[in-house]
Design a protein around this ligand. Structure first.
Ligand code: NOJ
Length: 498
C-alpha cells in the first residue's frame, strides 16, 4: 500500500516535471487512433485520365494559372493515381490506424450526375485503395467532397448556389455508400465548408473564385451545403448504417480566437468570431439553426443596407429538424490561433462577411511562423478550442481530422516535428485534464502536395515528394520518423509514465 502510494506520487512528480519542460509524458489512451490525411485533387494527378471529368480546380488552374502562386496545378501532383501502392507502403511504415482520403466526384461521375456515365475506372481505383487498406487493417475515413466539384455542375446550374445541388449531391453520396460503404468506417460529407464557401464565393481564394455577390453568395453556398450534408446523413442513417455500421459527419475548421486583452469586449469579439467561423456550421448541426449572433447581426446590417430580407438565408422548421443532430462525431481541422480585438462595427456600405463580423484579428509577433502566413505555432490553442467545443456542443466525440505545419520542404524538419510534439501534448492535456472526448487524430499530410493557391510553394507533408522527377519519389522527413515512434509507443517523449 505504502509502496504503491510512493510509486503513484513519483509518477505524478515525473509527470509534473516533464510537463514543466513542455511536453506531456502521459501515453495516449490505448483506443486512441492515429493516422494521416490527404485529398484527391491535391495528390492524385491523372486529371483527365481513364474517363475522369473536369472539376472546378482543373478548370480554375487551367484557365487562370496566374491565381496560383507558382502557376502550377494538380494535373500530375503526387501522381497518387498511379502510386497508391507506394503510398500504402508509407502508411504501413508509419503504422497508422487510419487513413483519411477523399473521393474525386468527377472521377466517379464525370458529369457529376448519377444519370451521366458512371466511370468504371474511377470506381476500380477507389475499390482497390479501400480493399488494400482493409487487407492491411487500416481504417478508412473518406471525405465525399474536398472542394473539387464537377465542372459541369458549376456550368449547368451554378454549383453550390443552386438548390438543385442538394439532390445531385445526395445521389452521389448514395452511390458512394453503395459502392464503398462496406469498407469505410468513417464518412465525411464535406471538408471545411467555411473555406470553400468564403473563398469560393467571396475572396477568390479557392475555386470557383466567383466574387459577384459578397456577403450573399457565401451564405447561400453554406445553406446548400448544410442541406446536402443533412440529406447524405439521413440516407446513410436510414439505408446503410445498420449493415455497414460506420459513422458519418462533417469536417469543420477553425483557429482558436483568443481575446487580445482582459477587456470583456475583446472576449465578446473572440466569441463572435468563433461563432461566425465554426458555429456557422456546428450550430445548425448540433442545435438546429445558425448562431443567434449571426442571425441578429446579418439581419440588422441587411436591413440598413436596404435589403428586404436578411442576406443570411432562413431554414424552415422542417429543415431545422432535418439538420439537427446530423453528426456522429465532430471532425476538426485546426492549425493555428489568432488574437481578437473588439472594434466599432464597420460602416454600412457594400455587404461583405468581414463587415458582418467586424472584429479585428491579429497575431502575436512572438509566435513562431511558417511558410503559410496563416499558420503560427500556438499549441495551447488546440486545448482551448477543444474545450470550447466540449462546452458549447454537448461534449461530442471529436476527431482531429487535420493539423500540420508548413515549410519549404526540408527532409530534416525539426520545426514540423516540434509542432506535432507540442500540439499533441496540448491534446493530451485536453483529454486527461479536461475530459475532452477526442478519439483520433490524422496529421496533414502524408506527403507534400498541391497546396491550392500556394501551389507547391508550401509543403505540409511528413514525406517529401520530388516534383521534378517524373517518378515522384517520396522520402520520409525527420517528422515522419518521429510520428512513427509516437504511433508505436503512444508517447511523445523518450519515456512515458504508464
Ligand atoms: C485544409 C484543407 O482541408 C487542406 O486541403 C489543406 O491543404 C490544408 N488545410 C492546409 O492548408
Amino acid at each position: 500500500m505504502f509502496l504503491s502510494k510512493v510509486l503513484f506520487s513519483l509518477c505524478i512528480l515525473l509527470h509534473l516535471w516533464t510537463t514543466a519542460t513542455g511536453v506531456d509524458n502521459r501515453k495516449f489512451p490505448s483506443n486512441f487512433k492515429f493516422g494521416v490525411a490527404t485529398a484527391a485533387y491535391q495528390i492524385e494527378g491523372a486529371w483527365d485520365e481513364d474517363g475522369k471529368g473536369e472539376n472546378i480546380w482543373d478548370h480554375l488552374t487551367h484557365t487562370t494559372p496566374d491565381l496560383v502562386y507558382d502557376g502550377s496545378n494538380g494535373d500530375i501532383a503526387c501522381d497518387s493515381y498511379h502510386k497508391f501502392d507506394t503510398d500504402l507502403g508509407l502508411l504501413k511504415d508509419l503504422g497508422v490506424d487510419y487513413y483519411r482520403l477523399s473521393l474525386s466526384w468527377s472521377r466517379i461521375l464525370p458529369t457529376g450526375h448519377i444519370d451521366g456515365q458512371i466511370n468504371e475506372a474511377g470506381i476500380a481505383y477507389y475499390e482497390d485503395i479501400l480493399t488494400k487498406l482493409q487487407e492491411n487493417g487500416i481504417e478508412a475515413l473518406v471525405t465525399l467532397y474536398h472542394w473539387d466539384l464537377p465542372q459541369s455542375l458549376q456550368e449547368d446550374f451554378g454549383g453550390w448556389l443552386n438548390e438543385t445541388i442538394v439532390d445531385v449531391y445526395a445521389n452521389y453520396a448514395r452511390l458512394a455508400f453503395d459502392l464503398f460503404g462496406d469498407k469505410v468506417q468513417h464518412w465525411i460529407t464535406f471538408n471545411e465548408p467555411h473555406i470553400f464557401c468564403l473563398d469560393g464565393y467571396e475572396t477568390a481564394g479557392k475555386a470557383p473564385a466567383i466574387t459577384d455577390a459578397p456577403g450573399i453568395d457565401l451564405y447561400t453556398c453554406a445553406h446548400m451545403v448544410l442541406k446536402s450534408h443533412a440529406r447524405a446523413y439521413h440516407i446513410y442513417d436510414n439505408e446503410y448504417r445498420e449493415t455497414q455500421k460506420g459513422k458519418i459527419s462533417i469536417v469543420l475548421n477553425t483557429n482558436w480566437f483568443e481575446p487580445g486583452s482582459d477587456d470583456e469586449k475583446d472576449s465578446e469579439a473572440a466569441e463572435r468570431h468563433l461563432q461566425f467561423f465554426f458555429g456557422w456550421f456546428a450550430n445548425p448541426i448540433v442545435h438546429g439553426n445558425y448562431p443567434q449572433v449571426m442571425i441578429d447581426r446579418i439581419g440588422e446590417r441587411s436591413e440598413k443596407e436596404g435589403f428586404n430580407k436578411s442576406r443570411l438565408p432562413e431554414f424552415t422548421s422542417q429543415e431545422i429538424e432535418d439538420i439537427k443532430g446530423t453528426y456522429d462525431f465532430i471532425g476538426l481541422n485546426h492549425y493555428s490561433t489568432s488574437l481578437t480585438q473588439w472594434i466599432e462595427d464597420n460602416e454600412i456600405g457594400e455587404p461583405s462577411s468581414l463587415n458582418d463580423i467586424s472584429v479585428k484579428v491579429y497575431d502575436d509577433d512572438s509566435w513562431e511562423s511558417s511558410s503559410s502566413d496563416w499558420i503560427k505555432v500556438v499549441p495551447w490553442g488546440l486545448r482551448k478550442l477543444t474545450n470550447w467545443i466540449k462546452d458549447n456542443y454537448n461534449n461530442p466525440e471529436i476527431i482531429i481530422t487535420e493539423n500540420g505545419f508548413s515549410d519549404t520542404g526540408e527532409i530534416d524538419d525539426p520545426r514540423r516535428l516540434n509542432y506535432y510534439r507540442e500540439y499533441l501534448s496540448s491534446l493530451l492535456e485536453a483529454i486527461y485534464d479536461d475530459g475532452v472526448n477526442v478519439t483520433g487524430y490524422t496529421a496533414w499530410s502524408l506527403i507534400d502536395n498541391f497546396e491550392w493557391l500556394q501551389g507547391y510553394s508550401a509543403k505540409l507533408g511528413l514525406h517529401s515528394v520530388n516534383f521534378s522527377d517524373p517518378e515522384r519519389p517520396r522520402t520520409p522527413k525527420s517528422s515522419a520518423k518521429y510520428y512513427k515512434t509516437v504511433l508505436a509507443t503512444r508517447c511523445l517523449v523518450d519515456e512515458c509514465i504508464e
